[in-house]
Ligand binder design. Structure first.
Ligand code: IDP
Length: 138
């Protein structure tokens, strides 16, 4: 069974959208097998997004991701990495398909409400960033 890391980002937590977003995953048959609510420090946000270090938006992105609480979760299901990306929609909400989380809820290309791992290797790394083995429900 495949697993992926999802994060409900600070803009969505701030606007009381945690339940709205989790309902979409559950309605799609995806299981949440671990979850927490925490506030990243700037250094932690920088470490999580280290892959984007050279991008012009890195400073702003890591300020935003450390600006308030977020909800990292481990999602489980068949093909869940791709399925989650489909439910999220494109990075820029203006380009996201109708009915996706980002089309319905995101503010802009940066404050786009959710993160989702893009491949099995990044999913494993990102899950390990937030969760230890004993925090997994099964
Ligand atoms: P993804 O989250 O859809 O996988 P990535 O390209 O991996 O998109 O970018 C990571 C995050 O960086 C995005 O979700 C968004 O919050 C932010 N981001 C991406 N591109 C831009 C941009 O052009 N301006 C501001 N923030 C951006």
């Amino acid at each position: 069974m495949e697993r992926t890391l999802s994060i409900i980002k600070p803009d969505a937590v701030e606007r009381n959208l945690i339940g709205n977003i989790i309902k979409r995953f559950e309605d799609a048959g995806i299981k949440i097998v671990a979850m927490k609510l925490l506030k990243l420090s700037k250094a932690q946000a920088e470490a999580f997004y280290a892959v984007h270090k050279e991008r012009p938006f890195y400073g702003e992105l890591t300020d935003y991701m450390s600006s308030g609480p977020c909800v990292p979760m481990i999602l489980e299901g068949e093909g869940v990495i791709l399925k989650n990306r489909e439910i999220m929609g494109a990075t820029d909400p203006k380009e996201a398909a109708a009915g996706t989380i980002r089309a319905d809820l995101a503010i802009d290309k940066e404050k786009n409400s959710v993160h989702g791992s893009d491949a099995p290797e990044t999913a494993a790394q990102e899950i390990a960033f937030f969760f230890t083995e004993y925090e997994l429900a099964g």
